[in-house]
Design a binder for this molecule. Structure first.
Ligand code: ADP
Ligand code: MG
Length: 264
């Protein structure tokens, strides 16, 4: 059985004066434990698709099911992590990371210990009583990841979670997130506009074209990369060629988009 099934998604945003078709005929499948990336130019519908997969937006047409259940019915089992950490500034890190459990009435002793232990494993032991502003950007994103994992989601959706971080922190976090998700055998979808990040972290990359957003190409990442850390992938001899291939595809897409947008 396929784990996550995205079937023929179309989505149009309507405002009083306009209609924007954000997604057209998007179909794809994800197996349990896979790490998938959505790559594409800005505005190609990546965030829209992620919100649909999270069950937060009802698509104009099409369906998304996780283990055969419509995602709208199992929202609590899908974890969503954004570029901005959205930690509450007036709550301590401990309160922040336990919030998901509290809201879903699962704040048991066992789940609390699981979450606090996760915080240690992700290298944040000792920050429990601190406020978010006392942490660096990278530390805050790690805390946000712990909060996302605290409810043991069946699926993790990561919308450009590293894009606001400096390069070195981003590389370190890629490794840490990858290692953590592998250890817990998590299924994840990452949205990124960073080709290197997509190659380094994924089993498969979906490249989207825009206006409307659709799956333009799929890239299968070589098996030999799967056992390597993202940092090691970036240093692998086969990495530059794959990067070039995807780069060229993305360039041609962006050139087309610009052509369409040229004012007449
Ligand atoms: P991406 O995440 O790839 O940058 P989005 O999913 O945010 O793309 O947006 C896809 C398209 O839908 C864009 O043209 C954007 O302007 C439009 N869009 C996104 N959200 C809304 C909204 N709430 N109302 C109207 N149009 C929207
Ligand atoms: Mg987006």
């Amino acid at each position: 059985m396929t784990y996550l099934t995205i079937k023929n998604i179309n989505h149009t945003y309507f405002t009083k004066t306009s209609a924007t078709t954000a997604l057209s005929a998007v179909s794809l499948e994800v197996e349990e434990g896979e790490f998938i990336s959505f790559l594409g130019p800005s505005g190609c519908g990546k965030t829209t698709l992620l919100s649909i997969i999270a069950g937060l937006i009802e698509p104009t047409s099409g369906s998304v099911t996780l283990e055969n259940k419509p995602v709208k019915k199992i929202r609590g089992q899908i974890g969503y992590m954004l570029q901005q950490d959205y930690l509450f500034p007036w709550k301590t890190i401990e309160e922040n990371i336990l919030l998901g459990l509290k809201l879903t009435k699962r704040l048991t002793e066992e789940n609390t210990q699981y979450t606090l232990n996760l915080l240690k494993q992700i290298g944040l032991a000792g920050v429990e009583a601190l406020l978010p502003k006392q942490l660096s950007g990278g530390m805050r994103q790690r805390a946000a990841l712990v909060r996302t994992l605290s409810t043991k989601p069946k699926l993790l959706l990561l919308d450009e979670p590293f894009s606001a971080l400096d390069y070195q922190t981003k590389l370190k976090l890629e490794n840490l997130v990858s290692e953590t998700l592998t250890r817990f055998h998590k299924t994840a979808i990452l949205v990124t506009h960073d080709i290197g990040e997509a190659i380094a972290m994924s089993d498969r990359i979906y490249l989207f074209s825009s206006q409307p957003g659709r799956v333009y190409k799929t890239f299968i990442i070589p098996e030999e990369f799967h056992t390597l850390s993202p940092f090691e992938v970036r240093n692998h001899q086969a990495y530059p060629e794959l990067f070039q291939t995807i780069w060229k595809e993305l360039e041609s897409l962006e050139a087309n988009t610009t052509k369409h947008q040229t004012p007449s």
